[in-house]
Design a protein around this ligand. Structure first.
Ligand code: FES
Ligand code: FES
Length: 177
């Protein structure tokens, strides 16, 4: 019978296997040579210095690390960076236009949807994915869509108002942003 560990030797080599990845981050193609075990959240934060993506837990609950992966929200603490090879990632730094805030950013500001701001990048990206799929959500639908994102400051009420504010604005402007 083959042993699961037959490759293990007394003195493992010191070379750590490295993989080259190319990921389009906020519209810009970035390449990196990384260890296969590196988490996407850590590549974004330490490798690309996009520190708006936060890590608030190590059990995939908090959602502070949420980014958009080919437009869908993912928790970047629970994805290996090598899995993003050849894909598109949007972080909070990619939300604003050249001179204007994204309506979600405006909504969070106007409706006081943040306090410490730690959950906010992930909240806004999860909300962006919701509004692209459902431009006119009910309060319940917003709460459900953000249920993978924890906030310890706001009590959620103003976050919901912020998302509904952004939904109104995006509908008025034809979703131009
Ligand atoms: S850091 Fe908490 S879900 Fe990713
Ligand atoms: S604003 Fe502080 S965790 Fe949400």
């Amino acid at each position: 019978m083959t042993s699961l560990f037959e490759e293990v030797s007394e003195e493992p080599g010191t070379q750590v296997p490295v993989r080259r990845v190319a990921i389009t981050v906020n519209g810009r193609r970035r390449t990196a040579d990384i260890e296969p075990r590196l988490l996407l959240a850590h590549l974004l934060r330490q490798g690309l210095k996009l520190t708006g993506t936060h890590t608030g837990c190590d059990t995939t609950n908090c959602g502070a690390c949420t980014v958009l992966f080919d437009g869908k929200p993912v928790k970047s603490c629970t994805m290996l960076a090598v899995q993003a090879d050849g894909h598109e990632v949007t972080t909070v730094e990619g939300l604003a236009g050249a001179s204007e805030l994204h309506p979600l950013q405006e909504g969070f500001k106007d409706e006081h949807g943040l306090q410490c701001g730690f959950c906010t990048p992930g909240m806004m990206l999860a909300a962006k994915a919701l509004l692209e799929e459902n431009p006119d959500p009910t309060e319940d639908e917003v709460r459900w869509a953000l249920s993978g994102n924890l906030c310890r400051c706001t009590g959620y009420q103003n976050i919901v108002k912020a998302v509904l504010w952004a939904a109104d604005k995006l509908r008025e402007t034809g979703g131009a942003e």
